[in-house]
Design a protein around this ligand. Sequence first.
Ligand code: SIN
Length: 535
Amino acid sequence: MTHDGDRADLVVVGAGVAGLTAAIHAAELGLTVIVTTKGSRRTPGADTSTRYAQGGIAVVDPTDPADSIDVHLTDTLSAGAGHTDPLAARSILADGPDAVAALIAWGARFDAHADGMLRRTREGGHGVRRIIHAGGDATGAEVERALWEALRPHMVSGRVGVRAETMVIAVDTDLDGRAIGVTARDGTGRAVALRAPTVLLATGGIGQIYAATTNPEGSMGDGVALALRAGAAVADLEFVQFHPTMLHTPGARGRRTLISEAVRGEGARLVDADGVSITEGVHPLGDLAPRDVVAHAVHTAMVASGRDCMFLDARDVPDVAQRFPTVTAGVRAIGLDPAVDPIPVVPGAHYLCGGVATGDRGDTTVEGLFAAGEVARTGLHGANRLASNSLLEGLVMGRRVARAAADRAGTPITPTDVEMLTRAARCDRTTLQDAMSAGAGVTRDAAGLTAVADLVAAAKVRPLRSFSDVADAAATMVAGAVVAAALRRDESRGCHRRADRPLTDPVSRLEWARIDEPVGMRWDAADPVGSPVVA
Ligand code: SIN
């Protein structure tokens, strides 16, 4: 049974950078907002992907004659491997400086020189030093802190309500298919209906559908699954970005420590066990090539050598412990010291470049349903996200969604009986994660992808009794969609590398890059077990 919950102008699902930014701007515009998060009541943002972001925010320094929106766009397009939407990308990057200025006005403190100028670093694919950071390598933690601080007065005034320890089960739609809110379960298992004419999915990524990831536990693809069930188009799910330098911790499962690309930006080198460069001759930017190139180089070196990791040599990085405290703490936790020891690294599932297909205001193909942040596919990331473009995207798109919600405020909601989702197909979590890592990793082929598709197709419909069950159902659905997309794309491009289709298809590239065509996939709601249907 569903209890009547609250009404608001905007329901935000997720408490990372995009969701909180939308909530704050919406409150400033006079809207009422409900934010739902799976996070704990005491520290609701502590387990978001935003909180774990290290490197920073890529944003043009207006005082740098070597940088401009055009230069940032060129780097973004180059990383995106011919699949970026240039108009969407230009517009998001151009809004970046203002979005960062708003964040600073809300109280975010970035690392600065004595004269107050922000410090900037480089990461893979960036031609200039444009990435701002906080606490050395704790940028995301500072962003979350500042956003919660900025949200607090609106919570106190009652304009924003936060429902922690709450998991959204469904985006509810009326008889015309318009979003009218969500159905969620709270920590006691009670179902509650939250009603609003605008619903924002800001649920983060899917890294936890793999056995090894930099993502927090909650990144199980909930948002993509919610969108698919609501009938929204998704796109580019085959472009799962693997970070080249995740700390190698044999035997561990789930989230592992990220070794920020900024460590390479400050001079660390990727080497094999003999200290020989892995990326020399692979790309003109060497260790700072776009992320797909470097992750593939690390993977190739591991396969060729038969070793289970490669190494990041950060011993020549000045003051490495002060500059990278998060990385240093993670490395010390396995008994090594970055100032003394080469760091063992492996590629790890890190970021979903595709997601719920959106227009320039974050609008999806379902009226009233919006998506922002990692869950969304705006066209900015193409086939391979440029490092540190994502916090920027979350800030920009969060604000745009708030404005769209203001335009939609007052739209009547037709009360509709919604059927609770109580059963769904779901694989055993560990089996699914292992299958995804084996079959849909840095390189994939038809046989491996088909093995995952078969596993998903065989998943039994089972009751959804806990948050964990709901997350497993989402992960199963999303894994099926990722491998369907990867099977469909019979070429290699960006972070989608098919061992059995190594070439990039010049004809298809143009066709697939068209965003006015149905590049996405839809979920067939008539099929209770669910198999992805390519639109
Ligand atoms: C990093 O710090 O290397 C990650 C940055 C990102 O994923 O954008």
